[in-house]
Ligand binder design. Structure first.
Ligand code: FAD
Ligand code: SF4
Length: 310
């Protein structure tokens, strides 16, 4: 059988995975499948072939590499949360991984998939029947944004819970694409466009996540959701401080890409809170109202700073 007609392939190396992707029309990578399969079932995304990355052994490891902790993109969230190195050096990352979905989902869901999962909106993450009845919005090839009552921009929210924590820790990612390999800042991959949330080209494999170790970063993670399990975020905050007293804040679950602030710790708490709110633009596309989430954001930033300076 020609590879062009296959529906599912398991790659053994990232190079092999890229070759398949280049040669099979309308194919997509799959890791744990906990995000992409839901979109497929809802008809939001249709693929002719899925290329499984979880057979690539080198993407399954967590290791110390000089000044970095290197985490393979296919490490599942339950292994990440339980890993002794992560728990001792970056406990907030362990906490963020443990906050995703449910124990069963975390056994399949990977860190890479979490960083690359689709943006969400209550008007988009619905069945085909629901979306057709409500009238398709911009993200489903319609003409208007339903959440804003007609704007021509999509505000579907970035919902990864691990991304804000990793961004606040200045994490890098290591990717391979048709041109070769490159390392970039995690925060630079998100576009802010709810329809196409990633700035990365179509064919790339996210290989590793690299967290710098030298700066003794301390991070506080917080997440707002209706139930403590099986629930996507309505607001995720990560506030980090390094040994040079530099504060980095990353907010998820509220805008099409994480909202990021780099702040000097000499600035007073109320100014930091006001700056964060000023930078955070959100719309009513979640079960919690826009106003409520902004109020909780103030509480989260205040509490996180208090905990960091305790
Ligand atoms: C009920 C339920 C609750 C959930 N709750 C949460 C939650 O609370 N917080 C949260 O953040 N998420 C949540 N999720 C979404 C999802 O489970 C997680 O984001 C998960 O980590 C996705 O990882 P995955 O390996 O399953 O990704 P997949 O579904 O396999 O892939 C997601 C995307 O990433 C791409 N991809 C994956 N790995 C790579 C790679 N190495 N290189 C290139 N592309 C890649 C895929 O092509 C796809 O586009 C939930 C899902 C469900 C079903
Ligand atoms: S923010 Fe608007 S355009 Fe985007 S998914 Fe929601 S309703 Fe659709």
């Amino acid at each position: 059988m020609s590879v062009k007609t296959l529906k599912y392939i398991k790659a053994k190396t990232s190079n092999e995975a890229l070759n398949y992707k280049n040669n099979i029309r309308n194919s997509q990578f799959i890791a744990g499948g906990t995000d992409i399969m839901v979109h497929k079932i809802h008809g939001n995304k249709v693929f002719d072939c899925l290329i499984d990355l979880t057979g690539i052994i080198e993407l399954q490891q967590i290791s110390k590499e000089n000044d970095f902790i290197k985490i393979g993109s296919c490490v599942c969230l339950s292994d990440l949360a339980c890993d002794d190195l992560i728990k001792s050096e970056f406990p907030a990352l362990s906490e963020a991984a443990l906050s995703v979905a449910s124990p069963v989902i975390r056994k399949s869901a990977t860190l890479g998939g979490n960083l690359l999962c689709e943006n969400r909106c209550i008007f988009y993450n619905q069945s085909e029947f629901w979306r057709k009845s409500a009238g398709y919005c911009l993200k489903c090839n319609g003409n208007i944004c339903l959440a804003t009552g007609g704007k021509k921009k999509c505000f579907a929210k970035h919902v990864s819970d691990t991304a804000p924590v990793l961004i606040s820790m200045n994490a890098l990612i290591d990717i391979e694409n048709n041109e070769g390999k490159k390392i970039m800042k995690l925060e630079d991959i998100y576009s802010g466009n709810g329809i196409k949330p990633l700035l990365l080209e179509k064919n790339f494999v996210l290989k590793n996540i690299l967290i710098p170790r030298r700066k003794n970063i301390n991070t506080i993670f917080k997440k707002l959701r209706h139930r403590k399990t099986l629930e996507f975020t309505s607001l995720t905050s990560a506030v980090s401080i390094d040994k040079y007293n530099k504060i980095k804040i990353a907010i998820g679950g509220i805008a099409p890409k994480p909202v990021i602030l780099n702040i000097n710790s000499e600035i007073d708490k109320e100014t930091i809170i006001n700056e964060t709110i000023k930078k955070t633009k959100t719309v009513n596309n979640d079960m919690f109202s826009r106003k409520y989430r902004k109020e909780i954001l103030k509480v989260y930033i205040r509490k996180s700073l208090d905990e960091l300076y305790k």
